[in-house]
Design a binder for this molecule. Structure first.
Ligand code: NAD
Length: 384
């Protein structure tokens, strides 16, 4: 069996390489600059209990918001993790609290409501708070989690404005806690292969990319601008922006976007129903992207000087398939969420940066905002 140290070192080197650190790409540099590396001295007794987890200990995660993603993906994944476990939950629904206590054997004291949330600072079982709420609520709960002296994982999109992202990053920094974004695909072998093929230029220079993510089934808060920040672009299109960034290892220079026609004016009264956009990348690479709440599609494709490589579906939890000019890609499917949470727990234990830090989430939100600005103004928008 590998020791924790051997495992961590190998995995860190692998992650760093897959993110293109050797190539010193702008993306990798921004991706590896963790938000919250600075350690501060514990100011209160409660922080003393929580801020120095032991290397061998499994870290406790509390999920905030027990909706679909928490119930169907994260909580089950936490049964498969090695370095962390489900230690608590935060919910506004008393029935759910009871159900989760029973189902996951959670102690009564580790289940909080939104009102009692801040008391989590006194709970030494909880090392990491994972915010899985509607997008516009991420900022408040990440800031409160940091103030409670906990490390934080925040779901994508990190927030609905760049200013919110800045506050979240600053709060974690001030607390001396790490912040990561729920970018599970950075741990998926197929998407890691796209990073390798693209960033190491295995098929030569990339000329063109296509990234598309659309899903028909949508309801609830995702259709309300105040909570979602926008439509399919915020929810699904973010995967396209990420895909282009991690395949090329480059940052977009400018974007130009077009809103699709609405086929259901009532349902899509607050957010776009569909959107297409193009990203100008360094070296003349053009990325053609689209996202929709009324069509199903799921693809990430790169065309390079000596061939193509692509995934379709590219962003799914399971069943990702890939091919290149030469061959089909075949990797063992993994539990992406378990790998993502385990990597964060290990990063905390090892005192190394997370490959998916707040700064990466902030950059995506900045790009999404530029896409919306272009959609509104019908102008090319440069990304400063
Ligand atoms: P959901 O609607 O199923 O769950 C949202 C939860 O927030 C519910 O438990 C709800 O009760 C709670 N909530 C608290 N206040 C609320 C309010 N004012 N309005 C609505 N709900 C409120 O949503 P979800 O699909 O679990 O998504 C939650 C977050 O996770 C989103 O940010 C989403 O983008 C993200 N997500 C990420 C992935 C991924 O693959 N990384 C997948 C799905 C969702």
């Amino acid at each position: 069996m590998k020791t924790t140290d051997q495992y961590s070192r190998r995995k860190f080197i692998h992650t760093s390489l897959s993110l293109g650190v050797s190539a010193a790409s702008a993306f990798a540099l921004s991706g590896l600059a963790s938000s919250c590396q600075g350690k501060t001295q514990p100011e209160s007794k409660s922080e003393e209990k929580t801020s120095a987890p032991q290397v061998g200990k499994k870290l406790g995660i509390a999920l905030v918001g027990l909706g679909q993603y928490s119930s169907e993906q994260l909580a089950p994944a936490l049964k498969e993790t090695t370095h962390c476990y489900l230690a608590g939950a935060v919910t506004g629904t008393p029935d759910k609290a009871e159900k989760w206590k029973k189902k996951y054997d959670l102690p009564h004291d580790n289940v909080y409501s939104y009102e009692t949330f801040d008391a989590i600072k006194d709970n030494p079982d909880i090392d990491i708070i994972y915010v899985v709420l509607p997008n516009a609520m991420h900022k408040e709960y990440v800031v409160r989690a940091a103030r409670a002296g906990k490390h934080v994982i925040c779901e994508k999109p990190m927030a609905i404005t760049v200013a919110d992202c800045d506050e979240m990053i600053a709060a974690c920094k001030q607390a001396g806690k790490m912040l990561s974004i729920g970018y599970r695909l950075h741990f998926d072998p197929y998407n890691k292969e796209m990073m390798r093929l693209g960033q190491d230029k295995i098929f030569g220079e990339i000329k063109r990319m296509e990234a598309e993510n659309g899903q028909k089934k949508v309801d609830g808060w995702r259709l309300h601008k105040e909570l979602a920040g926008g439509g399919p672009l915020m929810d699904l299109g973010i995967y396209c922006v990420q895909g282009v960034r991690y395949t090329t290892g480059l940052e977009p220079i400018a974007v130009i976007a077009q809103e699709g026609q609405k086929t259901d004016l009532k349902k899509f009264s607050e957010v776009e129903e569909s959107i297409t956009w193009q990203m100008e990348m360094p070296g003349g690479i053009v990325a053609a992207c689209k996202s929709s709440y009324s069509e199903n599609y799921n693809k990430l494709r790169a065309e390079a000087a000596k061939g193509y490589f692509e995934l379709s579906p590219a962003y799914a939890y399971k069943g990702i398939r890939g091919k290149t000019t030469d061959t089909s890609l075949n990797f063992k499917s993994i539990n992406q969420q378990a790998a993502q949470m385990d990597d964060f727990a290990q990063a905390i234990k090892d005192g190394r940066p997370t490959p998916v830090p707040g700064e990466m989430g902030r950059q995506d939100v900045k790009i999404l905002q530029a896409i919306y600005e272009s959609m509104r103004t019908k102008q090319r928008v440069a990304i400063a």
